[in-house]
Design a protein around this ligand. Structure first.
Ligand code: SF4
Length: 292
């Protein structure tokens, strides 16, 4: 018998990519991570890659739980070590698409060294960093992303430090694509993710996302609506600019967009080249000589 048109849909639109048996998820009400996760799933589907050729690696933290909910090969690894695991996976199975899902503390604090070297080497992976400006899961401590003056449980009178700018860091280290969005830029974020997954090399996408529970409650963003309003009022879209021209100014303007899109040989390309014996001596003093 046909169901009436008003019957509730009992299946999630991303059912094919969800480990439904793990739901409900752990994310708090109003958290931005679920929205980002949904965009990641939509982007994977848009690429039309066979799902058994896609893998996700995560570290520890609220964002790291993505790897537990996605129904592809996935690895919820140790704190800060998602990129080394992803690097090994990519080198062992070069035909696979590898995504890293990581929070700001996981990726840029304890995992910062791995991040800069993977970008320098141009390891072929898509790194998604959900930046909620603090260590959410462990109680809202100050992180390398915490804006100057913002309050956290370990900086109750305001952070005395200037935060890292992740997009500048990724671009300076050699990432082939660098984008920044917020969790309210759903369509643009999904498009950037799709392009990043399809592009060979180290692709980086930062997503500013709400954490009302741990960060927002100390900083006048106590619920989802406060956070949506905050991002909506401040976001300014500028594409194809040097990330140095896109500083994160939380008091005034948050510049978001697709900043970098360039070509570089990947680590695997260069690895094959040096093992092909075509490079000759180093340094090559013949300025016209180039390896084929
Ligand atoms: Fe999201 Fe913050 Fe809750 Fe973690 S603590 S699930 S980042 S709202």
């Amino acid at each position: 018998m046909n169901q009436p048109a008003t019957a509730p849909c009992m299946q999630h639109p991303q059912e094919e990519l969800l480990r439904s048996e793990r739901l409900p998820h752990i994310w708090c009400s109003g958290c931005g991570i679920g929205t980002v996760f949904s965009c990641v799933l939509a982007a994977i589907r848009k690429t039309e890659y066979p799902l058994d050729n896609v893998a996700m690696v995560s570290g520890i933290g609220c964002t790291g739980r993505m790897a537990g909910y996605i129904k592809v090969d996935s690895y919820h690894t140790t704190h800060g070590r998602a990129i080394p695991f992803a690097t090994g996976l990519k080198l062992a199975r070069p035909q696979g698409k590898v995504l890293v899902a990581s929070g700001d503390g996981d990726l840029i604090a304890i995992g910062g060294n791995h991040f800069i070297h993977a970008a320098r080497r141009n390891i072929d992976m898509t790194v998604i960093c959900v930046n909620n400006l603090n260590y959410g899961m462990t109680g809202g401590q100050q992180a390398p992303s915490t804006p100057f003056g913002a309050k956290t449980t370990t900086s109750p009178t305001g952070s005395p430090e200037e935060p890292f700018d992740f997009c500048q860091l990724a671009a300076a280290c050699g990432a082939v694509s660098v984008s920044r969005w917020t969790s309210i830029h759903i369509r643009r974020l999904t498009e950037s993710l799709t392009r990043a997954i399809l592009k060979p090399g180290f692709n980086f996408i930062e997503v500013l996302a709400a954490c009302p529970t741990a960060f927002g409650r100390h900083n006048r963003m106590r619920n989802a609506l406060d956070n949506v309003k905050f991002f909506h009022e401040r976001s300014v879209i500028k594409n194809n600019i040097d990330p140095r021209e896109a500083p994160l100014d939380f008091q005034n303007a948050l510049v978001v967009g697709d900043f970098v899109d360039r070509e570089r040989p990947t680590f695997s390309d260069n690895y094959s080249l040096v093992h092909s014996n075509q490079l000759g001596e180093w340094p090559n003093l013949d300025k016209n000589a180039k390896p084929s």
